[in-house]
Write a protein that binds this ligand. Structure first.
Ligand code: HEC
Length: 195
């Protein structure tokens, strides 16, 4: 390399007495530089525009799978108020239910519960619900005449109890997207202290 006539050739310019050589970056460095740029095009196309799952998507999917495994360990849950209240604050169970809600209920209530054909589940107005266990009954039996399907037989009883807890906690983050339907109801009772 030292016999390269270009090596250590000075640039013409000079700033405050400072001059610089015109030596190129080493080949391996330039190769990595171009490779990173070339790599970016398919990466951006697949992960940002295309179908590639982001790290966040993967995390959610893993958590949902874990929550699904946990379901088996809950056994048969009672469809009563203390059970629903207890699970409203169980973040793993609620993550699992968020994905169940997304796959079964989005069509009519939107993924965030703010309402589409079905009513907004995040506000304080409810048509068929006054207590926590009413949520369970509506999901279980549906309101067939009004277009809310029944889920008994399609989901397990434990899933419906947990889904009720998920729907109940949506009220903590009201989204005003769809106008209120039904009557305003009281806040849910306080959760009992952990046993
Ligand atoms: C095909 C559309 C549709 C799907 C799918 C659907 N819902 Fe509904 N849902 C409705 C409609 C319509 C109503 C309003 C019923 C009424 O007017 O009495 C409703 C009402 C409800 C209510 C009672 C709201 C209130 O104000 O009384 C709850 C709770 C509910 N849905 C939960 C769910 C859950 C959980 C799922 C998914 C497992 C789901 N829904 C899937 C259409 C749907």
């Amino acid at each position: 390399m030292t016999d390269d006539p270009q090596r250590d050739k000075l640039f013409e310019h000079e700033y405050d007495g400072i001059r610089e050589y015109d030596n190129p970056m080493p080949g391996w460095w330039v190769a990595i530089f171009w490779l990173t740029i070339l790599f970016a095009f398919p990466y951006i196309t697949w992960y940002h525009v295309g179908k590639g799952d982001s790290v966040h998507d993967n995390y959610e999917a893993e958590l949902a799978a874990y929550a699904q495994q946990l379901l088996a360990t809950y056994g048969e849950l009672e469809a009563d108020e203390p059970t629903i209240l207890r699970f409203m604050d169980d973040s793993v169970a609620m993550t699992g239910m968020a994905s169940l809600f997304k796959s079964k209920c989005t069509q009519c209530h939107l993924a965030d519960g703010s309402g589409n054909v079905g009513p907004n589940l995040t506000d304080d107005h409810w048509i068929n619900v006054k207590t926590l266990t009413d949520i369970y009954s509506v999901i279980n039996e549906g309101v067939i005449a009004k277009g809310m399907p029944e889920w008994q037989g399609k989901l397990t009883d434990t899933e419906i109890v947990l889904l009720s807890a998920y729907v109940a906690q949506l009220r903590r983050n009201p989204l005003p997207d769809k106008a209120p339907q039904g009557d305003p109801i009281a806040a849910w009772p306080e959760a009992p202290p952990p046993p």
